[in-house]
Design a protein around this ligand. Sequence first.
Ligand SMILES: [Zn+2]
Length: 195
Amino acid sequence: MNVTIDLPPWAVRENANLPATIESVEDRMRAVIRFSQLNVQHQTGGPFAAGVFEKESGKPVLIGVNRVMPLGISSAHAEIVTLMLAQAKVGSFDLGAEGLPEHQLVISAQPCAMCYGSIPWSGVRSIVIAASSQQVESIAGFDEGAVHPQWKEELGRRGIEVTENVLADEACKVLQAFVDSGQAVYNAKTVLKDR
Ligand SMILES: [Zn+2]
């Protein structure tokens, strides 16, 4: 028994073509949102992407996308897919391990309850968010789950810096494009109904 978590071929190619470093946080987000947009366009998953970068240099480790529907795996959210693949690439379950540069997770939308929980375990030292959960829920209708009301402070207590509202409008355009494309919103009940 095993599962495979992979990126669609276009995303593998796009990763290979990323610049060696992406200096500003806005440009890192721009690259991530572009992946989310391509994921909608290619119909290879939900309208979300995430990237792991070396925080200081801006070297991209990996940008990944949501893969829930194509893989049939409810936990294959962009953050989980990206962290798994980045950890495999770096060769450590702890992206904050000694001897490694600090890592940053750049996400096209605020993490849901599951992804929020995965962040302290991953070892990233900072996260950058575009669209808010409220925007995700109101535009696309995904149920983001019950995130801790003090989620930001709780990450801060664990030494993880949070930056919100970076290119949120751009990320919202992708959410709207997903809705307009008529692709399924895969909250658990929707998936059950569709199968
Ligand atoms: Zn999630």
